[in-house]
Design a protein around this ligand. Structure first.
Ligand SMILES: [Zn+2]
Length: 258
């Protein structure tokens, strides 16, 4: 499942293939659209922001894709076999010497670079733990603004922290033995700061290595690696996102710490 670490790795892979190259074609097959205005322009940058990928062109346009649950980008350099354009392909970007393709991203749009900072999908994003600019104090302030939301829902709210999905949410809360279902208000500043510090460390590690801890995620019914109690999955929030947790290691938080 694409989360912030996946997107940062995607940007890392695509950047050397695309940045600085001239665009030969940009097709959006699902819409049957060929974007001719960027042909002959240069790719300026490839950047991940939370679960979004932004590819900027030097004419001031930005291709914004959001991966949601299943979106994926792949890049192909000289001599690499490029797959055919199947029904799930949503972007084909060809530059001098390389092709990048995106499958299944539900959000694919071209916006103006000057509009990014007030774009409804991008402007409100919280600090991204993998970005060098990560500001834990700002992330903390934004988590506290969601004091009434269950911690497991607030952690995945991209306006608080950008890039955390079901996997990181489940693993981080398990590591810190925190109840996913209690509202943020029931956790102390020290606990939340420690959680954010772990998010930064673990997600950067996941980005560097291309792996994630998976001690509880996807392991419903298996024994907890700490206490052997069966791991549970429950759907959470308006989006019904899956949270995996150990009811013994992460006991209900019934009141705020004194
Ligand atoms: Zn346990």
């Amino acid at each position: 499942m694409p989360e912030g670490d996946t997107l940062h790795r995607t940007a890392l892979r695509l950047r050397p293939l695309l940045a600085g190259r001239l665009v030969r074609a940009l097709d959006l097959p699902r819409r049957g659209e060929r974007v001719t205005s960027v042909i002959g322009k240069r790719v300026e940058s490839v950047e991940a922001r939370g679960k979004n990928l932004l590819i900027s062109f030097d004419d001031g346009l930005v291709l914004h894709t959001h991966m949601k649950m299943n979106g994926v980008w792949r890049g192909y350099g000289p001599g690499e076999r490029v797959p055919g354009v199947s029904g799930n392909v949503v972007v084909v970007l060809e530059v001098d010497g390389a092709i990048a393709m995106c499958w299944s991203a539900p959000i694919v749009r071209l916006i103006r670079a000057s509009d990014v900072d007030r774009d409804p999908h991008l402007a409100g994003l919280g600090p991204d733990p993998i970005a060098t600019s990560f500001d834990p104090d700002e992330a903390m302030r934004r988590l506290r603004a969601l004091d009434h939301a269950p911690l497991g829902v607030a952690l995945m709210d991209q306006r608080a922290i950008a890039g955390i999905g079901n996997v990181w949410k489940s693993e981080l809360l398990f590591e810190h033995r925190l109840d996913p279902f209690a509202p943020v208000a029931r956790f102390g500043d020290d606990e939340l700061r420690a959680l954010l510090a772990t998010a930064e460390r673990r997600m950067r590690g996941g980005f560097a290595r291309g792996t994630r801890p998976q001690r509880v995620y996807g392991r419903q019914g298996e024994p907890c690696p700490r206490c052997a109690h069966a791991i549970t999955m429950e759907r959470q929030g308006d989006m019904r996102r899956s949270t995996y947790w150990c009811a013994r290691c992460q006991p209900p938080r019934v009141e705020a710490p004194a």
